[in-house]
Design a binder for this molecule. Structure first.
Ligand SMILES: *Cc1c(COP(=O)(O)O)cnc(C)c1O
Length: 360
């Protein structure tokens, strides 16, 4: 008898459902926090030349020293802090979980949070504890401190701003968590470009703090480049789990080139922030729609029947994210990425049509 998967695969993996990426071809795609703008033509021409000359027959530079130097400058990384690169920051979460997965070790985060924290804890065989946010999606500091005492987590992940809620947590509360943690705390700043706050300059203050960034939400999601910033004592250990050529040669070349012109992506982020204000104002006045404050490039909204609204939008060619059912606090919640002015109008038009004529 050949083995069946359930004899071989770990039960917690059998119980998982794969991360679902819905088909989006031909749709107004506002589901994945992508930057809707493309790069300027001159920069695209430069990238085309770099790609043409890229030594794709060779393995990439495993140290990626030129790219790291560029990142250090562009992100104003404090002196004395090291950088580890990942194939997206998802891979960095995985490296941290694999490294910390002693028997019984726990990864702690808030709920609702970025789903990969929980999923990757499971991949790595770590325990997972999720502390519910308050109903307004602020941190429940007392509950966090109690959970830290109870679980003694090896690793805490906090996204700042948080996904899928979009808000920045109170920085003092986050500091209290870092101070109370018996292990490492990773502040995931995937949405930093759209917020006016960071823990970057606290790195020197807290020996157990690490900071994660990604170029994905900034406009280079297709390149897959994330980075972890922190003290070498931690990064030396984590580097042992990083697969040697995890960041490809084309990714390295293009990221390095784009970062030579940091204003390009920052101006796009500024345009997205301005559009976020416009879109928020338009949503605020709609009957039957409540929106939550956001410091990210997306807006969380609550409607009366989220799944019907989601379907209505989809039928009208607009793809957003339905969060209803993913967590009790997200009942009837939808998440829309801020797109171009034109895409946002298409979304608003489709939303108004759907609210007027729902498909119950
Ligand atoms: C999108 C996202 C990531 C993953 O980004 P990649 O670098 O594309 O893997 C990480 N954390 C949060 C909170 C995110 O929303």
């Amino acid at each position: 008898m050949p083995p069946s998967p359930d004899q071989i695969i770990r039960p917690e993996i059998l119980a998982l459902s794969a991360y679902h990426v819905p088909p989006a071809s031909g749709m107004v795609k506002l589901d994945a926090m992508e930057n809707p703008y493309s790069l300027p033509q001159e920069l695209r021409d430069e990238i085309a030349r770099l790609a043409a000359d890229a030594p794709v027959n060779r393995y990439p530079d495993a140290s990626a020293a030129p790219l790291k130097a560029r990142l250090r400058e562009a992100l104003a990384i404090p002196a004395g802090m090291d950088i580890m690169l990942g194939n997206g920051s998802d891979e960095i979460i995985q490296i941290i979980a694999l490294a910390a997965a002693k028997p019984g070790a726990v990864l702690l985060s808030v709920e609702p949070a970025f789903v990969m924290f929980r999923m990757i804890a499971t991949f790595a065989g770590m325990g997972y504890a999720g502390v519910p946010l308050k109903a307004d999606f602020s941190l429940d500091l007392d509950a966090m401190l109690a959970a830290i005492t109870q679980h003694q987590p090896a690793v805490i992940f906090i996204a700042y701003p948080n996904n899928p809620t979009g808000n920045l947590f109170d920085a003092t509360a986050v500091s209290r968590i870092i101070e109370a943690a018996p292990g490492i705390v990773i502040i995931d700043e995937a949405y930093h470009a759209f917020a006016d706050a960071s823990f970057m300059n606290r790195l020197t203050q807290y020996p157990n703090l690490l900071l994660m960034r990604t170029l994905s939400k900034l406009g280079l999601a297709g390149l897959r480049l994330g980075l972890l910033i922190g003290r070498s004592e931690w990064l030396i250990q984590l580097e042992k789990l990083r697969l040697p050529y995890n960041v490809g040669v084309v990714t390295q070349l293009i990221a390095e080139k784009v970062l030579q012109y940091p204003d390009v992506l920052l101006q796009q982020a500024a345009a997205i922030k301005a559009e976020r204000t416009v879109l928020s104002k338009c949503l605020q006045v709609l009957d039957g729609v409540d929106i939550f404050p956001t410091d990210a490039n997306f807006i969380l909204l609550r409607v009366d029947a989220a799944s019907q609204v989601f379907q209505g939008l989809k039928q009208r060619g607009v793809l957003i994210k339905n969060l209803d059912g993913s967590h009790p606090l997200l009942k009837n919640c939808l998440r829309v990425t801020v797109g171009t002015p034109d895409e946002n109008v298409q979304f608003l038009t489709a939303l108004q049509a759907t609210l007027k004529k729902p498909i119950y």
